[in-house]
Design a protein around this ligand. Structure first.
Ligand code: GLN
Length: 540
């Protein structure tokens, strides 16, 4: 195997930005001309995060090939600018399912099936399979969870075995830890890092590089102390301070020499990266010329991670428009209780993102109606498109009972309906949504076609319900344009209101394909419309 492996583990506490560190390193390697892929091993027993509540897990990121994955896969895609696959995310649930399935088929020929070697073999097999299929020069493997968790032990044991089997020049271990600051004594503390590295060493893993998250710079003394106690050269102790923008992290880690020490460890050629384009993108992000405010009206807004890719795509659209997009997070239920004129005061656009279930739907509908009435830019994504359709049916077509059959099975006007092939999926909900990339044809002359600049696109999906084509003529007559179609099944993919500066609903999730240096065209157009709305507003 020619592919070199980088393993990223985390210590001390969770939420240290391990995923960002892995993604940022991926970018730095790519900028040096190495091909890179990144995978994440998640230690939970769910087969995938698709069935988890967003409050538990944050967003479910969807790949082109229809895998429901961890949100870190989204960070990887955005940083290394590669479309990843189901091979890039594995969970304990998948590992055990495969092993138990093989056991039931008699695949272990009478043997006792155990965590070591059978579970660990399956983990190694998945890493090898991903490498074989994707053939990167370098595969970065992030281990979810924190070292010391019972759940992640089989993963750590597997990567320990891999290093022994492949040889030390083939693998690099990066451990991301926290160096906390104690204000009482005015000191940075290295002990948690020492303990966490000891924990790793006790299972046979010696990290090559230690990335230290810290609120304050680590002086030479601290770095040499960590190096001494943790058994790594001082230059392999890399400080990772808080960044002004997520996208600044690669630049900061480059300055600290992360990539150089990693390439050294892997015995790979040192090359100069060209970070000019990335740096200028980061500058646009940090220092914009203007700003606008987008109301994000959703069900899970208390946890911003539930809408991570939407928030990032808005940020990208800001970068592309030299503007800061401020998000006003609005709980849909609050809209039901409050006065929309107050709630949306100072807002330049409304975005209703995806979601499931009944809670908050009426509030989202009030938001869509407010945007329609006030000629305020509106962007509905998946559920947000369905909401716009229901609202239009109720208030323009006059069908007060119009609804989605997801919520009201008996409505006389099921304008959003279960897709035919979904009828038998309501009992077995895991992995059975309409998932992944589908073709969408754009109507000539539509806003969508203008924004994309082409007539055929591919976008990712995650839904069970769709626009009910029985009502298409009614909506057309009432002034709705259907501007995006799935050519094979005739499913509505995009709706627009022509008599409005920007009112677009899409059945797919464009946020998954937006990149910091290549904003998604609809997001870009939405933010441009919001900025225009704002300048009109400010002039008045
Ligand atoms: N709940 C809706 C459906 O299943 C919308 C899904 C979504 O917004 N991702 O069709």
């Amino acid at each position: 195997m020619d592919t070199k492996l980088i393993f990223v583990t985390g210590g001390v506490v969770s939420s240290l930005g391990k995923g960002i560190t892995a993604a940022a390193l991926g970018r730095l390697l790519k900028e040096r001309g190495y091909s890179v892929s990144i995978m994440k091993l998640d230690p939970y027993l769910n087969v995938d995060p698709g069935t988890m509540n967003p409050y538990q897990h944050g967003e479910v990121f969807v790949t082109d090939d229809g895998a429901e994955t961890d949100l870190d896969i989204g960070h990887y895609e955005r940083f290394i600018n590669e479309d990843l696959t189901k091979l890039n995310n594995t969970t304990t649930g998948q590992i055990y399912s495969a092993v138990l399935d093989r056991e039931r088929r008699g695949g272990y020929q009478g043997g006792t099936v155990q965590v070591i070697p059978h579970i660990t073999d399956e983990i190694k097999l998945r890493i090898r399979k991903a490498i074989q299929k994707l053939e990167p020069d370098i595969m970065i493997v992030e281990i979810g969870g924190t070292v010391g968790d019972i759940e992640s032990q089989p993963f750590l044991e597997s990567i320990r075995q891999l290093r022994t089997q492949l040889g030390s020049r083939q693998c690099c271990f990066i451990h991301v830890t926290l160096v906390p600051y104690l204000s009482a004594s005015g000191e940075l503390k290295t002990k948690p890092t020492q303990h966490s590295v000891k924990e790793l060493q006790s299972i046979g893993i010696q990290p090559d590089v230690i990335v230290c998250r810290s609120d304050y710079p680590l002086d030479k003394g601290i770095r040499s102390k960590i190096g001494l106690f943790c058994n790594v050269p001082e230059e392999n102790v890399i400080e990772n301070l808080n960044a002004r923008s997520l996208y600044e992290v690669p630049l900061m880690l480059e300055e600290r020499g992360l990539c150089r020490v990693v390439l050294n460890t892997l015995d790979l050629e040192q090359r100069e990266p060209d970070l000019t384009a990335w740096s200028s993108m980061v500058n646009d992000d940090i220092d914009p010329d203007r700003e606008c405010c987008i109301a994000l009206v959703g069900k899970y807004v208390e946890l911003h991670d539930a809408y991570l890719s939407v928030a990032e795509a808005l940020r990208h659209s800001g970068i592309a428009n030299h503007a800061r997009v401020n998000i006003r997070w609005i709980a849909a239920e609050d809209v039901e209780k409050g006065d929309p004129n107050e709630i949306f005061k100072g807002v330049d656009g409304i975005l209703v993102p995806g979601g499931f279930g009944e809670r908050g739907l009426e509030g989202m509908m009030i938001a869509a109606r407010y945007a329609r009435d006030h000629k305020l830019p509106y962007f509905g994504i998946c559920l947000g498109m369905q909401i716009a359709v229901i609202e239009y049916a109720r208030h323009i077509l006059g069908w007060a009972d119009a609804h989605s059959t997801e919520v009201d099975f008996n409505t006389k006007h099921p304008v959003i309906n279960l897709m035919e092939d979904q009828v038998n999926n309501l009992e077995r909900i895991g992995g059975t949504l309409r998932l992944g990339s589908y073709t969408c044809h754009l109507e000539p002359g539509s806003l969508a076609e203008k924004l994309y600049g082409t007539s055929e696109v591919h976008e990712r999906h995650r839904h069970r319900y769709e626009f009910n084509n029985d009502f298409i003529e009614d909506f057309r007559t009432a002034g709705v344009n259907f501007t995006g179609w799935n050519p094979r099944r005739g499913l509505v993919e995009i709706i627009e209101l022509p008599d409005h500066p920007f009112f677009v609903g899409v059945q797919f999730h464009p946020e998954f394909k937006s990149r910091p240096d290549d904003a998604h065209p609809i997001f870009k157009g939405f933010t441009a419309a919001a900025l225009e709305y704002r300048s009109g507003n400010l002039e008045n």
